[in-house]
Ligand binder design. Structure first.
Ligand code: 3HC
Length: 288
C-alpha cells in the first residue's frame, strides 16, 4: 500500500493526543473516522478542534471555507465497527496494556489483512503490543508530541516483528501529516522521553531539595537554555500524572534511578494536582 492510496484514516481514542492527530489528519486532507468509547470525549474533541480551527480563521491562516471542509472530513463514533475497511489506524487510547489489548482484539475482529496499526504510546513496548495482534508485521509505533498540531516531530518505532513496508508507510504517513520523522529502536522512552522524563523528574528533585523555586527553575531553563517552557510549566501542561506514570514504567523496566519519580510528584498525583486540567499543579490555574 502506498500513502497516496490512503484516503481515510481512523483514530481510536479522543483524548488530547488523539484529538491532535484527528485535527492534523483532517487538515492534511484525510477523511478521519474517530472513535472513543466515551461520548463526552468525542464531544470534547469535536469542540476543541472546532475552536482551534476558528482561531486559525481569526488569524487568517485558513479560510472559513477550509475550516468547514476540515470539519466535514471528521466523523466521531463510539462504535469501533465504524472503522471496518479503514486502511490506516492510529491508536491513542489510555496508556495501559490491558486497555490497548482490549481495543486491538476488537479491531482484529473487524479489520482486513492490509490494515496498519500505528500506536501513539509514549511508554509501552511496541514489540509487546505487536505480539497481541493478529498481524504483527503491520504494527508500528508513531509517537506524536503535545500539542500535536504544533510539534513537528513524530518518532517512528518499529517493533521487532514490524515489516519494512510498514515502517516505510509510517514514515510516508508522518511526512504527509506535515511532520518530520525520526526512527528509533523499541526501547523505554524512545529518544525524546528517555531524555525528557529524567529531566522533568530531576527538576522536581531539585525543587523538593529546596535548591530554587519552581518559578526560578522554569526561568532558568527558558532563559538559560532557550526552552519554550520550563520543566514545571511543561509537566503542568502535559499532566503531572503522565511524568509520574511514565517514570514509574521506565523505572520498573530499567531499574535506573533517574527514572524514579520523586515523592513530591507522587504526592501531587495522589492529591489530584495534575496541572492545567485540574486547575492546580506546580502552579495554580484559576478557572476563567
Ligand atoms: N493546538 C493547536 N495550536 C496550538 C496549540 C494547540 N493545542 N497550542 C498552541 N498552538 C499554536 C498557537 O495557535 C500559536 O500559533 P501561531 O504562532 O501560528 O499564532 C503557536 O502554537 C504558539 O502558541 P502560543 O503563542 O499560544 O504560545 P507559545 O508561543 O507559548 O507556544 C507551545 C505554546 C507551542 C505549547 C510552546 O510553549 C511549546 O512548544 N512548549 C513545549 C511543548 C513540548 O515540549 N511538548 C512536548 C511534550 S512531551 C510529549 O508530548 C511526549 C508525550 O509522550 C507526553
Amino acid at each position: 500500500m502506498n500513502v497516496e492510496e490512503i484516503k481515510t484514516v481512523g483514530v481510536v481514542g479522543a483524548g488530547s493526543m488523539g484529538t491532535g492527530i484527528i485535527q492534523v489528519a483532517a487538515q492534511s486532507g484525510f477523511e478521519v473516522k474517530a472513535v472513543d468509547v466515551d461520548d463526552a470525549a468525542c464531544a470534547r474533541a469535536s469542540k476543541a478542534i472546532a475552536k482551534i480551527l476558528e482561531r486559525l480563521v481569526a488569524k487568517e491562516k485558513i479560510t472559513e471555507e477550509q475550516k468547514k471542509q476540515v470539519l466535514g472530513r471528521i466523523s466521531f463514533s463510539t462504535d469501533v465497527a465504524t472503522l471496518k475497511g479503514v486502511p490506516f489506524l492510529f491508536e491513542a487510547v489510555f496508556e495501559s496494556v490491558d486497555v490497548k489489548k482490549a481495543i486491538f482484539e476488537k479491531l482484529d475482529a473487524i479489520c482486513g489483512d492490509e490494515v496498519i496499526y500505528a500506536t501513539n504510546t509514549s511508554s509501552l513496548s511496541i514489540t509487546e503490543m505487536a505480539s497481541l495482534v493478529k498481524r504483527p508485521a503491520k504494527f508500528i509505533g508513531m509517537h506524536f508530541f503535545n500539542p500535536v498540531p504544533v510539534m513537528k516531530l513524530v518518532e517512528v518505532i518499529p517493533a521487532l516483528q514490524t515489516g519494512q513496508e510498514t515502517t516505510d508507510l509510517a514514515l510516508a504517513m508522518a511526512k504527509k501529516l506535515g511532520k518530520t520523522a525520526i526512527t528509533c529502536k523499541d526501547t523505554p522512552g524512545f529518544v525524546v522521553n528517555r531524555l525528557l522524563v529524567p529531566y522533568m523528574l530531576d527538576a522536581a528533585r531539585i525543587l523538593e531539595g529546596g535548591v530554587a523555586s519552581a518559578e526560578d527553575i522554569d526561568t532558568a531553563m527558558k532563559l538559560g537554555c532557550g526552552m519554550p517552557m520550563g520543566p514545571f510549566e511543561l509537566m503542568d501542561y502535559t499532566g503531572v500524572e503522565i511524568s509520574y506514570y511514565v517514570g514509574e514504567i521506565f523505572h520498573n523496566y530499567t531499574k535506573e534511578a533517574r527514572f524514579a519519580p520523586p515523592g513530591l510528584v507522587r504526592n501531587m498525583v495522589k492529591a489530584g494536582y495534575l496541572g492545567k486540567k485540574t486547575g492546580k499543579g506546580f502552579y495554580d490555574y484559576p478557572a476563567k
